[in-house]
Design a protein around this ligand. Structure first.
Ligand code: NDP
Length: 244
């Protein structure tokens, strides 16, 4: 299946590393003009070195005002990937208010905010759009030491559905991908211990973690017109983990 984003403008958050970086590069390869948003300038420098057509924007998405200012001049965007996310792993009884706020600010509030800013433009132009939120299998299944992370991704799944409901009439589709473990920096944080990794893997019918490209390919499909009638879904990229 050939997917082309020629003539489209895309914005990817958390594009400095991992899934977001690979998504930004894949979108550019498929012909999109890409705006890459992240908070570490060095990652943006190396990304632009790798792909000169990418426009870098450096901002901490947890900062509402700074995000507003950083995104005001990005121009019209047709495709949005809300990928930036963070994880702090703690036993439930040890979670602090700060950690709760930090995770909800990035994993949920920033998704609402960035989507509001860009969807207003999509609505005004009347040209529709497609938004993909990067959620997790942890939105639908309890994972030890992931209390707040699981809660943020559960909230994100419902945000995806309400956005699909309210933005659908403007031909803006909103879906999420819900990956299992991917061995990025974030994946290594939780799953470097071989015993833990083996326990998780044994619950995945395909018997393996996801590769970055597995997630990227599902994101590209949901962004593209190949999924024109798909709206409000949370698509597992989990080798069957959530099915059992
Ligand atoms: P990485 O940690 O590899 O990359 C995350 C990227 O997001 C980094 O570039 C990071 O920048 C950026 N980012 C984080 N917080 C902010 C912020 N406040 N403002 C701007 N940018 C920010 O993570 P992954 O690629 O693994 O994760 C991407 C998404 O996939 C996340 O939403 C995650 O929850 C989800 N996911 C990941 C899984 C996994 O096992 N890896 C499994 C399921 C879902 P910096 O490094 O500078 O902080």
């Amino acid at each position: 299946m050939e997917i082309s984003f020629a003539g489209k403008r895309a914005l990817v958050t958390g594009a400095g590393k991992g899934i977001g970086r690979a998504t930004a590069l894949a979108l550019a390869r498929c012909g999109a003009k890409v705006v890459a948003v992240t908070r570490t300038q060095a990652d943006l420098n190396s990304l632009v070195q790798e792909c000169a057509s990418i426009t870098p924007v450096c901002v901490d998405l947890a900062d509402w005002e700074a995000t507003e200012a950083a995104l005001q001049d990005v121009g019209p965007i047709d495709l949005l990937v809300n990928n930036a996310g963070c994880a702090i792993l703690k036993p439930f009884l040890e979670v602090t208010p700060d950690q709760f706020d930090q995770l909800f600010n990035v994993n949920v509030k920033a998704v609402l905010h960035v989507s509001q800013i860009l969807a207003r433009g999509m609505k005004a132009r009347g040209s529709g759009g497609s938004i993909v939120n990067v959620s997790s299998q942890a939105s639908q299944c309890a994972v030890r030491d992931h209390a707040v992370y699981c809660a943020t991704k559960g909230a994100l799944d419902m945000l995806t559905k309400v956005m699909a409901l309210e933005l659908g009439p403007y031909k803006i589709r909103v879906n999420s991908v819900n990956p299992t473990v991917v061995m990025t920096d974030m994946g290594r944080l939780g799953w470097s211990d071989p015993k833990k990794a083996q326990t998780m893997m044994s619950r995945i019918p395909l018997g393996q973690f996801a590769e970055v490209d597995d997630v990227v390919n599902s994101i590209l499909f949901l962004l593209s017109d190949k999924s024109n009638m798909t709206n409000g879904v949370t698509l597992p990229v989990d080798g069957g983990f959530l099915a059992c």
